[in-house]
Design a protein around this ligand. Structure first.
Ligand SMILES: Nc1nc2c(ncn2[C@@H]2O[C@H](COP(=O)(O)OP(=O)(O)OP(=O)(O)O)[C@@H](O)[C@H]2O)c(=O)[nH]1
Length: 291
């Protein structure tokens, strides 16, 4: 059984990633190294959209599950207490996520010259992004503080506090120049702690280490994919506690609501459980904290 609750999926997904940071944190270098394998001489410096870097990234291993494991997950989550209809729904969801594995994602990395002094332009520049990499230089505390200010702008522009999707707006924190550890001003602990506070992934990069760049680029692509492609059904906030799945809870619900209203909270709860199982404790985030 397949309930059609998806948003239509883009045929050839093409997303724009804004790569931002304070001056000289190394944005151009890491994009050049990742995409061209060398530092390019960027003769033309733009005012607005400078240095577009395009690439295609495989959305790697969004979910490693097959149909068989999907069924196992369902029984693990629900202890077989579910009506068949709901079990099927969950299996559909898991399989759907599995399909994302095979997708390729066209991504354009944009290094924008942000202009916070012109708020309209600044907000417009942010708004053109499907996902954002906030890059700071580990040897500059100032650049670390700068991305925190930028994040506040992102919150305003994308109204993240009001977005109740299970995955947060795609944004990752990138600590660059980790190879120059001698002069380090921002520790791994501090950077990671900040990323955790805002419920985002943290990556350490160096233009000398291709693998580290790849991890960051894949991280943001995956975040965009999950944010954009998850079915509408996942958007709602869970409104039922775990106990509502118990027979007693269901009976209570039956007493005061229609059949449909009774099933909706269960579904939301289950969706979130599936996400938690697939992607770990980080999901789903608690959106109201973002405001
Ligand atoms: N050690 C080290 N140096 C880096 C790294 N990435 C960039 N740099 C150096 O940092 C300096 C600035 O790099 P850019 O790539 O021009 O930085 P940017 O953020 O694009 O600078 P803007 O022109 O302000 O946009 C250069 O001298 C780079 O060689 C890195 O991973 N490790």
């Amino acid at each position: 059984m397949a309930l059609q609750t998806h948003r239509p999926r883009k045929r050839n997904p093409a997303y724009t990633v804004g790569v931002f940071g304070a001056s000289k944190v190394g944005v151009t270098s890491i994009l050049d190294m990742y995409i061209f394998g060398t530092i390019i001489d960027h003769a033309i410096e733009g005012f607005g959209f400078a240095n577009p870097h395009q690439t295609t990234i495989n959305v790697e291993r969004v979910s490693p599950y097959t149909e068989r494991t999907a069924n196992m997950i369902v029984s693990k989550i629900t202890h077989n207490k579910l009506p068949q209809e709901l079990s099927d729904l969950i299996v559909d969801r898991v399989i759907d996520l599995q399909r994302l594995n095979q997708q390729e994602c066209k991504v354009e990395m944009r290094q924008l010259r942000l202009r916070p002094e012109y708020p309209t332009l600044h907000h417009y520049q942010l708004r053109t992004c499907d996902g954002i990499l906030l890059v700071y230089d580990v040897t500059s505390r100032e650049s670390f503080e700068y991305i925190q200010t930028l994040y506040d702008d992102v919150k305003k522009v994308f109204r993240v506090a009001l977005d109740l999707r299970p995955f947060p707006f795609p944004l990752c924190v990138v600590a660059n120049k980790v190879d120059s550890s001698g002069a380090r001003e921002v520790s791994t602990f501090e950077g990671r702690a900040y990323a955790e506070t805002i419920n985002r992934e943290y990556f350490e990069t160096s233009f000398r280490d291709f693998k580290s760049l790849e991890r960051a680029m894949h991280g943001i692509t995956k975040a965009i994919y999950l944010y954009e492609e998850l079915p509408l059904q996942f958007w709602r906030k869970p409104i039922a506690a775990e106990s509502e799945l118990d027979a007693e809870g269901i009976q209570k619900e039956e007493g005061r609501s229609t059949e449909c209203a009774r099933k909706t909270p269960q579904r939301n709860w289950l969706n979130c459980k599936v996400l938690q199982t697939l992607f770990g404790e980080r999901q789903p985030p608690t959106p109201p904290d973002e405001g």
